[in-house]
Design a protein around this ligand. Structure first.
Ligand code: FES
Length: 194
């Protein structure tokens, strides 16, 4: 099975992903500033920040879903590939997680890794820090940064992250959605691929 076929098969399990997302949202609702969540989340980040360049995977394009399967609510997709070292190949390893959302006939894609220090960003309904309205936003559980659905920081003056969420290139062909996966340097205002 090709890498793209593996990714499509893994990501077709929307129910499981939704369950995990609901769990995370529950955790956010229970204690939005809970820095205690930093440890498991950062463990996930370590996986997602695997040195792609070393594997020749940096900037590789993956077919993840179809345009029809998406709407304006962000949905997580896991990206898997085969990892090689000098001796062996580890098949079908998770190299990252991205968010996709449909905007008209286009698709927006974002890295799930927070540009501040690498925690896994969540998506879900919460009170907007400025307007107070209940709406879907991106939220980093480690230090509390909140991002709009377009990836912009809600309060750039006070957020820990020096830049917005890292967007990824997308391409749609015959209704299929392709994403160019990339990791970026953490803690910088500039978006630098690594
Ligand atoms: S790692 Fe996300 S706000 Fe610090």
């Amino acid at each position: 099975m090709s890498t793209n076929e593996l990714n499509k098969a893994q990501n077709s399990g929307a129910t499981g992903e939704a369950t995990r997302r609901n769990f995370c949202l529950g955790a956010i609702g229970a204690g939005m500033g809970a820095a205690a969540l930093a440890v498991p989340v950062c463990a996930g980040a370590k996986m997602a920040l695997y040195p792609l360049q070393q594997e020749g995977l940096s900037g590789k394009e993956y077919e993840l879903t179809t345009l029809d399967a998406l709407d304006e609510t962000p949905r997580q997709f896991v990206i898997s590939d085969n990892l090689n070292d000098a001796w062996a190949t580890e098949a079908n390893q998770t190299i990252g997680v991205v968010y996709l959302r449909r905007v008209g006939e286009a698709v927006e894609a974002f890295q799930s890794i927070c540009p501040h220090a690498g925690c896994r960003i969540k998506a879900g309904k919460m009170k907007h820090p400025t307007s107070g309205e209940e709406q879907t936003l991106f939220f980093c559980p480690c230090h509390g940064d909140v991002f709009e659905l377009n990836g912009e920081r809600v309060n750039p003056e006070t957020t820990k992250s020096a830049r917005s969420m890292d967007s990824l290139e997308t391409r749609i062909e015959d209704g299929k959605v392709f994403v160019k996966f990339q990791n970026f340097q953490l803690g910088t205002a500039e978006k630098k691929p690594v």
